[in-house]
Write a protein that binds this ligand. Structure first.
Ligand SMILES: [Zn+2]
Length: 124
């Protein structure tokens, strides 16, 4: 599976979940009887929370599988509804090609954080 397909699949699932939450929110809003409860019905609140969770995941949860940086804003490019836009070729942070296979990625166990050894220790 290519990186592009992996991200598109995640995006589709979150988008459909957000759409279902939005529908439930609307239906619960129409079905909820204001005579019994004051304020929002609990199902409406739950659907709203789910929708907002999906929006935040789309903005901050879609990350490059190579460098783990946030691709949320870049992926939401509106030219492609179900997939990642073909105009987006590389990760803007690490430069990995989005058409690269997931299995070909190097697994780097946080080698970027070098050991500094802390503050210098004073002798005696
Ligand atoms: Zn990256």
């Amino acid at each position: 599976m290519r990186i592009r397909d992996h991200l598109a699949k995640k995006r589709r699932i979150v988008f459909l979940t957000a759409f279902v939450c939005w529908l439930v929110f609307g239906i619960a809003g129409f079905m909820g009887s204001p005579s019994k409860h004051t304020g929002m019905p609990p199902l409406m609140l739950l659907a709203f929370a789910g929708f907002m969770g999906c929006v935040f995941f789309m903005l901050f949860g879609l990350r490059c599988p190579n460098c783990k940086n946030n691709l949320g804003y870049a992926i939401q490019w509106p030219t492609s509804f179900w997939g990642i836009s073909d105009k987006l070729k590389f990760c803007p942070f690490c430069g990995v090609e989005l058409d690269k296979e997931m299995k070909d990625l190097r697994t780097r166990p946080s080698s970027l954080s070098e050991t500094r050894g802390g503050p210098p220790q004073a002798d005696g």
